[in-house]
Write a protein that binds this ligand. Sequence first.
Ligand code: 5GP
Ligand code: MN
Length: 321
Amino acid sequence: MNLLEECKGAGSIGIGGHVRPDGDCIGSCMGLYLYLKKELPQADIQVFLEKPADIYGCISRIGDVDSTCDEQKKFDVFFALDTSADRIGVAGTCFKMAGKRINIDHHISNENGCGDVNFVDPSASSTSELVYRLIGSEGLDRDIAEALYMGIVHDTGCFQYSCTSPSTLRAAADLISYGFDFSRLIEETFYEKNYLQAQILGRALLESIRFMDGRCVVSALSRKTLDFYGAGPQDLEGIVSQLRSIKGVECAIFLYETGVQEYKVSLRSSEKVNVAAIASYFGGGGHIRAAGCTMMGTAYDVINNLSLHIERQLDGRDEKE
Ligand code: 5GP
Ligand code: MN
């Protein structure tokens, strides 16, 4: 796919990512937004996302992000990034109504894509890496490079996860040659936690429970606990990966209450469990080693239902793909 060819003659272009946007979602949307703004100065270009967390304030033109969308507006071209059609945050209707829908994604649960034009590669580390591939080295500038680098860093866990490939590192090498302060970017957007976030992480770790001989660990936070700390979803990032990094853990589950008998579930796997398959079974999706879904019932129901599937996979009684 050639980005500029696809946008040829388009007067209005929209870009949107998934609900609860994470680093890759924001990085890829902003990287593409900055690129199209640079290349197509005459076009009306808008980027739609739920309000990005304050940590992303360092990304160029993050203030341009629209968190509401005029659902009547018919865009000539609309890009859905890092998402399938059912999870587009604030611009789902605009995507559906657009003259041409373009989907760029790396989720295995969205393998076939949801656009008229699709660029989906589940083997890619991140949607930001895919946007890098599409823009090409000659189309970059410092600000675009910084946004895309951030996305790659977040989805690879700072180049640790198995989704990191030689092409990911080649992209990263090219991106840092643009001279932004990558150490600060990683510290401020990936590692740094405010005091509240550190406390809630501590609470989640303290209350975690291991089962299946320590091969699984789970932690659940109730609405009451979240309210006590005044914590929102953006304060809970990173908890599930901390649980996953406990020695001996094959699969980590983190859940928090989002409504009456409703939980947002995050799953992470070390090597053996295909959590995308489990999350998809419960109506969610994601990647083989990192996936999520929303489930109904009490925390105990949710954990029981999930552990059944995890146990089946660990015992080799279930399909892993
Ligand atoms: P997280 O656990 O950090 O929310 O998400 C892990 C991965 O799974 C991310 O790539 C995210 O986009 C995906 N994911 C999380 N929740 C859902 C969901 O409800 N549906 C789908 N399709 N993907 C999800
Ligand atoms: Mn992603």
